[in-house]
Design a protein around this ligand. Structure first.
Ligand code: 1CP
Length: 333
């Protein structure tokens, strides 16, 4: 068993495995090199040879315990024939959602559109760099995908006015997402993914009373599906106030915490394995501070099954040397 599987399934606490959200990406010069000659981000995700190469880049450099497939949560709206583009200094931009068009997409069509992702996972799992390590497949949670599909861009500056006005549309989309996210998860697993992470990056936009409808129930359906395939599932409901309640209701195999929550409180309140927490901005400071903050998390979770990770993705301006230092600190402690 890998050390991450040991942490999640056997609740071992003696070794702390580590991988990082966005471990492949803009902060690596070798990624920027590839990106320069591939301006279309969706096409890059659909080039299995390049996407598998990018996935392996951080494993070439660092002593990480898992690979996370280089892809994006917005490949699912793309698979459902909603046009997605990534604009520089703007982020994702989606076309108007067309329910009729989406309802016409069938499983065969969807898989055909996303097939390079599955091929990339196969390549990665056959590579010697991932031997004895986990391969993390992922999806966006239904709520976060719904946000992008209706909002048509990042909701950083808030959701568009009237976001919730069409109940019928919202419910149809959530239904479609549940069906196709299960298909996407199952194909990633059949291609070699050994863990699934569910990213709910915008869970924090919801009021407490809306969490059951948009977060707890749709996520629980996916979590139960992944568990039925005998694969661990890690949830990241970023920005929610009550991680304890989320864990009680959704009960994933492990919970990824964000950088705004107090890890000591999490230790007290949460029984399941924990992942992440360290503020990615810490990697923009100096080694002394990185060491101090890293040891803080390791110390708090020393007797708890814990997978070291950040409280959100590695930032583009991060110096790779600091990532190396972080990993070394975790491995040597
Ligand atoms: O070069 C570039 O411009 C691309 C930047 C980039 C990268 C490297 C985007 C655009 N996506 C990715 C890869 C990616 N996205 C991975 C790969 C694996 C890894 O972690 O190394 C993963 C897991 C994601 C997941 C993802 N995409 C999330 C969930 C996690 C999170 O960051 O909260 C979200 C919200 C997205 C949407 C997205 N894709 C890209 C951007 C810039 C965004 C966020 C936009 C926003 O703020 O709304």
């Amino acid at each position: 068993m890998t050390i991450i599987q040991n942490t999640i399934k056997d609740k071992q606490t003696s070794t702390k495995p580590i991988w990082l959200m966005r471990q492949a990406g803009r902060y690596l010069p070798e990624f920027r090199d590839i990106r320069k000659s591939n301006p279309d981000f969706i096409n890059l995700c659909l080039d299995y040879s390049l996407s598998s190469k990018i996935t392996l880049q951080p494993l070439e450099r660092f002593n990480l315990d898992a690979a996370i497939i280089f892809s994006d949560i917005l490949m699912v709206p793309y698979g459902l024939r909603q046009k997605v583009e990534f604009k520089e200094n703007f982020g994702p931009k989606l076309d108007e959602l067309n329910l009729k068009e989406i309802l016409r997409v069938d499983e065969i069509d969807f898989i055909k559109r996303l097939f390079p992702i599955y091929k990339s996972i196969k390549e990665v799992s056959n590579n010697k760099l991932t031997k004895g390590k986990d391969i993390i497949g992922f999806v966006g949670a239904p709520w976060t995908l719904l946000v992008y599909m209706i909002n048509k861009k990042s909701p950083k500056d808030d959701l568009i006015k009237g976001f919730f006005k069409d109940d019928f549309l919202i419910n149809r989309i959530l239904n479609v997402l549940e069906k196709f996210l299960k298909i996407h998860i199952e194909h990633q697993i059949n291609s070699g993914a050994t863990i699934i992470q569910i990213f709910d990056s915008w869970a924090g936009l919801l009021k407490e009373k809306d969490l059951p409808n948009y977060v707890y129930i749709p996520t629980l359906n996916l979590v139960n599906f992944v568990k039925s395939l005998n694969i661990p599932v890690i949830c990241f409901p970023k920005g929610i106030k009550d991680y304890k309640k989320f864990c009680e209701i959704v009960n994933p195999s492990a919970i990824n915490i964000d950088y705004t929550v107090d890890p000591s409180l999490i230790l007290k309140e949460i029984k399941i394995p924990v992942q992440g927490g360290l503020d990615p901005k810490i990697l923009l400071t100096d080694k002394e501070n990185i060491k101090k903050e890293t040891l803080k998390y390791l110390n708090i979770f020393k007797d708890h099954p814990y997978i070291f990770n950040l409280g959100h993705g590695v930032m583009p301006q991060t110096n790779p040397d600091m990532v190396e230092y972080l990993i070394k600190t975790v491995k040597e402690s």
